[in-house]
Ligand binder design. Structure first.
Ligand code: DGT
Ligand code: CA
Ligand code: CA
Ligand code: ZN
Length: 571
């Protein structure tokens, strides 16, 4: 049972409860589902260790339900609710334009249970005849179906990356591999991956392939051989393993890292010199091998600086490499801090001290604690008095800590009109103010732009949190004139966040690139609500790298005193 499958059941429970008109509970289930989905630890482990309640949003009752799912593969409560609506609600509601209510209507009127049923009904023009839906909805559903198909089987990087590492570690331990490493979109750091591509060198390829297909994570063996094997894991993800000769490892790594578009450009370059480039190596006219053992050799032979995998998207990287103008990308070890951390003062799971210790153990020099300011019943935020007390508590802890600093902060809410819901007195008192949109997502483009501009121009707002509000695979970025928002943020000296939560990665990589081009400074925050969420920092760094960001663009690379001096109010 994988986290994703558990989450799916919880999401369905939320939708089914919502259909029954139940209040609050759906939200609780959705939050728990999200926590399970984005938790890097396998859910079985948490159950076995009795650690479920460490997940944000998971209380005793939902923890029991999760345990039941992990133990039995299903949930009686879910099956009971599902009698009312025996359809693949999770898949159907992934389609934009289909919420639980529409799904119910479609089932009752047209017997739609699956995505295939939905597609047929939409194509045959039967949806437009349903009262309350109409031709517009039908069109929207058709568009939504195409989009859902494209993202349906993609896995979040935040889930796939630890998984890929775990598989490689297990295989290394067999002693059958001289080398093994991930390639493909995972190595490029794409926010979602379609499948995993592992590349290896082995002196016993048959035995190595056999070890691979025998991994406990494997559900189905699609192919097995000394050169290529493919499996499907129980979570549904496909993994390809290719075993290649040592002399062509670099060429294979280059080829299978992609992207396809980048490879095509690179091959054109080889061809224009009368050479041939493929997964076996770079060869001249006579078939003599020019390079192949390492990627560096290949790029060098083609007259290019080494191009980091994150840039290989055919977005100008080859021209830049030719001119020696590639950015010197920011790296994880240069990052000294996590600038968006929650604690149990609001909806986080760990104490201030635990969070600080965990961050220090990870090698960080400081964090900003930015708990939610009160804003809804469901998310218990800080009151004014809480925040004052927390600031004092942080000051006390800072005296105790050595070689580590906690910055006090707050995650304020940007209200519909762009104003900030924390009193000015408190905004002045904390070290770092993140302002985020947590409500009214569906404004007109003009209104949303005005709202965000007002927030970034607020003299006491330091950071715009998860700026576009997108949730990968669930909710698109809200409509706004981003160019305008970036421009105004740069001008005002307000930083933009790269929120490193696996489902957010917001700003996205292309947006990071656009933002730094107009002079915006970036801060990375994991939005951690539990200790192991601090590991998401790497995803934020990867997103910055894909956005061509250098150390100078990412303020987490500064010592804390210098970061504070960079704030507009620090000047
Ligand atoms: P994914 O799996 O959809 O997230 O994306 P990738 O990039 O991992 O794509 P995948 O797994 O289909 O193939 C791995 C790499 O192999 C891809 O990035 C580039 C290379 N590759 C695959 N097919 C072709 C091709 O037809 N031409 C070239 N030049 N390269 C290819
Ligand atoms: Ca792949
Ligand atoms: Ca593949
Ligand atoms: Zn947050």
């Amino acid at each position: 049972m994988k986290n994703r499958q558990v989450a799916k059941i919880l999401y369905e429970v939320a939708d089914l409860l919502e259909l029954q008109g139940v209040n609050f509970k759906p939200r609780a289930y959705r939050r728990a589902a999200q926590a399970v989905e984005s938790c890097p630890t396998p859910i079985e482990e948490l159950v076995a260790e009795g650690k479920l309640s460490e997940l944000p949003g998971v209380g005793k009752s939902i923890a029991e339900k999760i345990t039941e799912i992990v133990r039995t593969g299903k949930l009686a409560y879910h099956e009971e609710l599902k009698k009312e609506l025996p359809v693949d609600l999770y898949a159907l509601t992934q389609v934009e334009g289909v919420g639980p209510k529409t799904a119910k209507l479609l089932y009752e009127q047209l017997g739609v249970r699956t995505l295939e049923d939905l597609e047929r009904a939409a194509k045959e023009g039967r949806i437009r005849n349903i009262k309350g839906l109409g031709a517009k909805t039908e069109e929207k559903i058709l568009r939504g179906l195409a989009e859902a198909r494209r993202t349906e089987k993609r896995e979040l990087l935040g889930y796939a990356l630890p998984l890929a590492r775990q598989l490689c570690r297990k295989l290394e331990k067999t002693g059958l591999f001289r080398r093994i490493q991930p390639a493909g979109s995972l190595r490029r750091g794409r926010e979602t991956v379609g499948d995993l591509d592992l590349l290896a060198i082995s002196d016993q390829p048959e035995a190595a392939a056999s070890a691979f297909v025998s991994l406990p994570e494997v559900e189905e063996v699609l192919a097995q051989g000394p050169k290529k094997s493919s499996v499907r894991l129980s979570g549904g993800l496909q993994v390809d393993l290719r075993i290649v000769p040592e002399e062509s490892f670099g060429a294979a790594l280059q080829y299978f890292t992609g992207s396809k578009a980048h490879n095509i450009r690179l091959r054109e370059r080889a061809v224009s010199r009368g050479w041939k480039l493929n997964e076996y190596g770079l060869f001249d006219r006579e078939g003599k091998r020019l390079a192949g053992e390492t990627e560096q050799d290949i790029y060098r032979a083609l007259g290019l600086d080494f191009i980091p995998p994150e840039l290989r998207e055919d977005q100008g990287e080859i021209q830049a490499a030719e001119r020696g103008e590639l950015p010197k990308l920011v790296s994880l070890k240069e990052v000294k801090s996590d600038l968006h951390v929650h604690t149990n003062w609001s909806d986080g799971k760990a104490t201030l001290e635990e969070m600080a210790q965990a961050a220090q153990t990870k090698g960080l020099a400081y964090i900003a604690v930015t708990d939610h300011f009160r804003f809804s019943q469901a998310i218990h935020g800080l009151s004014e008095e809480d925040l004052e007390r927390q600031i004092d508590e942080i000051a006390r802890l800072n005296e105790k800590l050595s070689g580590f600093r906690i910055l006090s902060g707050v995650e304020a809410n940007i209200q519909r009109d762009g104003s900030i819901d924390v009193p000015e007195r408190l905004l002045r008192k904390v070290d770092l103010v993140i302002a985020s949109v947590h409500s009214h997502f569906h404004l007109s483009r003009k209104e949303m732009t005005g709202r965000l501009v007002r927030a970034v121009e607020h003299e006491l707002v330091d950071v715009l949190g998860h700026p576009t509000g997108r949730l990968i695979g669930e909710r698109p970025a809200y409509e706004a004139d981003w160019e305008e928002v970036f421009f105004r943020a740069a001008k005002a000296g307000t930083f933009l966040e790269v929120n490193a939560n696996p489902q957010r990665l917001d700003l996205s990589a292309p947006m990071v690139r656009a933002a730094i081009e107009v002079g915006v400074r970036i801060v990375i925050g994991t939005d951690a609500h539990a200790l192991d969420h601090l590991d998401f920092l790497e995803l934020g760094v990867v997103t910055c790298r894909r956005g061509w960001a250098e150390k100078k663009h990412v303020l987490n690379c500064l010592p804390w005193e210098e970061l504070l001096a960079m704030r507009k109010r620090g000047k």
